[in-house]
Design a protein around this ligand. Structure first.
Ligand SMILES: Nc1ncnc2c1ncn2[C@@H]1O[C@H](COP(=O)(O)OP(=O)(O)OP(=O)(O)O)[C@@H](O)[C@H]1O
Length: 382
């Protein structure tokens, strides 16, 4: 049975700096929850506190409703896979995988004298059977006698995962386990870890600064910034319904287009109405796919500063001519064939229903001034 993990007001200080500012999170049984955010936002610190490798200054944590704060790391029944994998280079794959079970089940003498210690033979056989079972699950069965140096990065990563799996922990913690791999292997391992999660049905808490990893693997993503969780939601909701401008800007590649009120007022009569309908100046945001070459309800003229070929279309990096907005749009080959790009100047139109609005503090606001049926329904009120 998978376990839940509840974090309640976790605070951590390092000298004068508050690294975690009262983080609360309910992680559901069997969930793949990813902590994502820029370097230094406190992801690894939070993971270490969950594992028991570091103590929080305030707050509490519970697994299946039972507090774990006072438990030593081993007693928490949590396994952690580190970025470095932390494999012992002089030990075989089988030995690396079996270590946690040996520590748990063998006496000190059994561990020291190995096979020479006759009283542990039955336990050793049990452990060897467990190693075979787990190694088969992560397809390492044929590599058990190798040393880590004779493995690829992906295989080493699987050894680290197998070592975590062998204790059948209640929760898996993974700290950037793919960051040492090349781009191709990272994609492959993303799929393998997702597959493993589905197969084990266990609760995974995964840390990465790579939003693509977070978006492709997770049930939910908690976006952290400056020691706080800014938003925790499904990948689709984080992308299409960000509640904070920092979330809109962190998620999505190429990034979201941000347009100031004054610049939106240059997008034709609807732009003027939308900008003026708000009491204070706002920031508007549009995903690249919400923009099209050509005219529409909201239109502005822009100079193309750079183009990137995507094969099936292009990314156009533009600058608004009258205003200051930088605009990136994704355009298909068919669309591009219809328009004259020779002068380097195009009309860009935006879908009003996809317009998002944020106040000066970056908090999502309900858009006023659009006809019913458009963005009013789409944008969630905070
Ligand atoms: N032992 C420590 N002593 C002092 N400061 C620390 C300590 N551990 C972490 N910090 C600080 O806490 C902040 C968060 O660090 P943490 O490693 O959790 O960030 P992160 O989000 O995991 O970043 P990265 O993606 O770069 O690993 C950083 O500013 C870091 O310098």
């Amino acid at each position: 049975m998978a376990s839940s993990l509840t974090l309640n007001g976790i605070t951590k200080r390092h000298g004068a700096q508050t690294t975690l500012k009262g983080v609360s999170l309910d992680i559901r049984p069997g969930e793949f929850l990813t902590l994502v955010g820029p370097s230094g936002c406190g992801k690894s610190t939070l993971l270490r506190i969950i594992a028991g490798l570091m103590a929080q200054d305030e707050g509490s944590m519970a697994i299946d409703g039972q507090l774990i704060d006072a438990l030593a790391p081993k007693a928490r029944d949590i396994a952690m896979v580190f970025q470095s994998y932390a494999l012992y280079p002089h030990m075989s794959v089988a030995k690396n995988i079996s270590l946690p079970l040996e520590a748990q089940r063998l006496s000190l003498a059994g561990r020291m004298f190995g096979r020479l210690w006759p009283f542990s033979a039955a336990t050793r056989r049990e452990i060897a059977a467990e190693v075979d079972r787990v190694a088969a699950q992560v397809e390492l069965g044929s590599l058990l006698s190798r040393l880590p140096a004779a493995l690829s990065g992906g295989q080493r990563q699987r050894v680290a995962v197998a070592r975590a799996m062998i204790r059948a922990p209640r929760i898996f913690l993974m700290d950037e386990p793919l960051s040492n791999l090349d781009a191709r292997l990272r994609v492959q391992m993303r799929e393998e870890i997702s597959h493993l999660h589905r197969k084990l049905g266990a609760t995974f808490v995964y840390v990465t600064h790579d939003q693509t990893e977070a978006m492709t693997m997770s049930s939910r993503v908690a976006l952290m910034m400056g020691g706080e969780i800014v938003q925790c939601d499904t990948p689709a909701a984080l992308y299409s319904n960000p509640q904070d401008l920092r979330v809109a800007q962190f998620i999505g590649s190429p990034g979201v287009n941000v347009i100031a009120s004054d610049d939106l007022a240059l997008w034709g009569p609807l732009g003027v109405r939308l900008a003026e309908a708000q009491i204070t100046p706002m920031q508007f945001a549009l995903r690249p796919e919400a923009l099209r070459p050509g005219t529409g309800a909201l239109t502005t003229r822009a100079r193309i500063e750079r183009r990137e070929d995507l094969g099936h279309g292009q990314l156009l990096f533009c600058r608004q001519i009258d205003g200051n907005a930088r605009l990136t749009l994704r355009s298909t080959a068919a669309e591009l064939a219809q328009i004259d790009l020779s002068g380097g100047i195009i009309d860009i139109s935006a879908d009003p229903a996809q317009l998002m609005m944020f106040n000066a503090q970056g908090k999502r606001q309900l858009l006023k001034g659009l006809a019913p049926g458009a963005a009013v329904q789409r944008s969630a009120h905070v």
